[in-house]
Design a protein around this ligand. Structure first.
Ligand SMILES: Cc1cc2nc3c(=O)[nH]c(=O)nc-3n(C[C@H](O)[C@H](O)[C@H](O)COP(=O)(O)O)c2cc1C
Length: 205
């Protein structure tokens, strides 16, 4: 199977958030609008992600639709760390709506959702959810997954559904600060485009 073809599937970029005792959340690209009357959406979450574990308890979550102009450090914080270890919401512009954290920084709007079904998909769970409320925040351009890869030059971590194993026919370097992957000869003055770390923070894979 040539997994490269999966890169031709288009997605947006989102942060899904919820709260039991503290706000938790992670980056996702796997959101689909399923129906429009009394709208239903679905998201896919890895069973190892802490956000999955907490949404199973709260049965509610918010979706922030990320813009192209979002600070890439927010994607790195929410996409390459676990809420189990890190307070991802510290120092960020967010609001609690019905006790659900909603990240507003770098976002063009949000959805407030209530889980109506969970489908087992082996490594992942698919959460089907009713959209209870929405708000548009601005007209900035929403970020696509392609933009994230091609312009921000970000990667997807192992726990993302769209993760693709790197072919080892050339050097692959990983940023220890945020998980960003650089492929090829890394220059001495290289600076991580996601978190700003210098070459010293990269390890050869
Ligand atoms: C671009 C990108 C897309 C991602 N898409 C998903 C996704 O759709 N589903 C998922 O479970 N994880 C996805 N991830 C991975 C999670 O964001 C990541 O595993 C995160 O550290 C989980 O945090 P948590 O343990 O606080 O839930 C994605 C990460 C990135 C950077």
């Amino acid at each position: 199977m040539d997994k490269e073809i999966f890169k031709n599937i288009s997605y947006g970029m989102y942060i899904v958030s919820t709260k039991l005792d503290k706000p938790v959340g992670c980056v996702i690209n796997t959101l689909i609008q399923i129906t429009s009357d009394n709208p239903i959406i679905s998201i896919s979450l890895n069973k190892e992600n802490y956000t999955n574990e907490i949404i199973k308890k709260t049965k509610t979550f918010s979706i922030s639709i990320l813009n192209e102009d979002i600070n890439p450090n927010i994607i790195s914080k929410f996409g390459f760390n676990s809420s189990k270890d890190v307070d991802k919401f510290a120092n960020l512009d967010y609001e609690l709506i019905n006790n659900i954290p909603v990240l507003k920084e770098g976002s063009s709007g949000y959805l407030i959702c209530e889980v109506i079904n969970i489908i087992d998909a082996e490594t992942h769970d698919i959460f089907i959810a009713r959209v209870k409320d929405t708000k548009k925040l601005n007209d900035n351009t929403p970020m696509t997954y392609k933009y994230y890869h091609e312009v921000i030059k970000g990667s997807a971590p192992r726990k993302a559904p769209t993760y693709i194993e790197k072919k080892n026919n050339h050097e692959v370097w990983e940023c220890l600060m945020c998980g960003y992957i650089f492929e090829g000869d890394i220059p001495d003055d290289f600076v991580c485009p996601i978190c700003g770390a210098t070459k010293d923070s990269f390890i050869k894979k």
